[in-house]
Design a protein. Structure first.
Length: 392
């Protein structure tokens, strides 16, 4: 018994001075999905685009790193209709085995064929997983299963595209969500960019599926490929919160309160509310970056035996200077690019025409004021010398 008591005394798990509730609070923060105003607005725009009878071929959800684009994808996939979006257009009776919405992740590659084929394989695996499972059990030398499993790597891109298109149609897939889509739009080769843009457009059109691409501001390069593609695409700006905007700053304060509510012990709001400016500049106004930062600070508080996250712990767990430099440069260039591409129509036309747009013509003035009932009109009811004599 004495030995057992000694073992319990030196056990590091039981010896810790941190209550288990603190560990649970980290889990609560990591799993917290904040439906904050900017995310809700982006989801509403995606829902509306997918609910249109014709819709779009491509939706470009662009924004800075850490804004919460991946979290937005998870909210779209967690809606009740067949595991997909809760839209009127998807609420109809679906055939057995239908997959209204699927999600994949784009891969980086040196050439257009490598990136395009990797995307097609991931989509095919989502709409036809049995094909891949069958390939794992098949004989590699078998020609009957030439399109199964790893053998799909040897299939030509046109044949693979045909399989993907057919699969999306059979599954009645309304939307394909592609995360990290900036890997599909490298700017080093203009021809690769054109081929990727045209291929994405053709896939969406032929399969009757909307491609929702989530990525950074590099995705905006797709809009400059062709007028036809620009017409069939719709950009959605998943922006960050701006400190100089009163509404944004108030919403950011509510977001901090939501994190405090999920972890009241480690993240007391009374303490965090006095550090709102530090929190804002430390995450650059992006909710995803804020969540990751708070998780790091909470972990350090537990290891240090601190009852809550303090300002020194927040400062100690901030990103390094070079990381902030890269993020700020990317954000500034991206936001400037978006502002130039989507400036007000009047400003754009003025720059194209080289002059300000002419003002709309004023409504023509009446020659005479509006007459009252029974009032004489001089030009019609003449009197005096100019009066026309009556016939005898």
């Amino acid at each position: 018994m004495d030995n057992q008591q000694t073992e319990k005394t030196v056990d590091p798990v039981s010896a810790t001075s941190v209550a288990p509730v603190s560990h649970q609070e980290i889990i609560h923060v990591s799993e917290l999905v904040l439906r904050h105003p900017i995310m809700v607005e982006c989801q509403r725009r995606i829902d509306r685009a997918l609910a249109l009878p014709a819709g779009y071929d491509i939706l470009l959800v662009v924004g800075p790193t850490g804004a919460g684009k991946t979290t937005l994808m998870s909210t779209l996939l967690s809606s009740p209709v067949g595991g997909g979006l809760a839209l009127p257009s998807l609420a109809r009776a679906l055939a057995p085995g239908a997959i209204p919405v699927i999600s994949v992740k784009a891969h980086n590659g040196k050439t257009f064929p490598s990136r395009w084929k990797a995307l097609l394989l991931d989509i095919l695996k989502a709409v036809n997983p049995a094909l891949f499972e069958l390939g794992k059990l098949s004989d590699p030398q078998s020609t009957r299963l030439a399109y199964a499993g790893t053998m799909l790597e040897k299939v030509s891109i046109p044949r693979l595209l045909s399989l993907v298109t057919e699969g999306l149609r059979l599954r009645q897939t309304r939307a394909v969500l592609v995360d990290e889509s900036q890997h599909l739009a490298p700017t080093a080769c203009a021809e690769d960019l054109r081929l990727m843009a045209e291929s994405l457009k053709d896939l969406g059109s032929n399969a009757g599926t909307v491609l929702v691409l989530f990525g950074d501001y590099t995705l905006l390069d797709f809009l400059g490929v062709s007028a036809q593609l620009a017409r069939r695409s719709s950009p959605i700006h998943f922006r960050r919160y701006m400190v100089d905007d009163e509404t944004d700053y108030a919403n950011f304060q509510r977001i901090v309160f939501s994190f405090s509510k999920a972890a009241p012990t480690l993240l007391p709001f009374d303490q965090l509310s006095g550090s709102l400016h530090l929190l804002y500049f430390g995450c650059l106004g992006s909710t995803g970056t804020l969540a990751q930062w708070l998780e790091r600070a909470m972990g350090e508080a537990i290891l240090a035996g601190s009852p809550s996250v303090t300002v020194p712990l927040l400062e100690a767990t901030m990103l390094a200077g070079i990381q902030y430099t890269q993020m700020v440069d990317q954000i500034n260039l991206g936001e400037e690019k978006y502002a130039k591409m989507f400036s007000p129509l009047k400003s754009l036309m003025a720059s194209v025409l080289g002059t300000a747009l002419p003002a709309a013509p004023a409504a023509p003035k009446r020659a005479h004021p509006q007459l009252k009932p029974g009032q004489r009109k001089p030009t019609r009811d003449q009197t005096g010398p100019d009066e026309v004599p009556l016939a005898a």
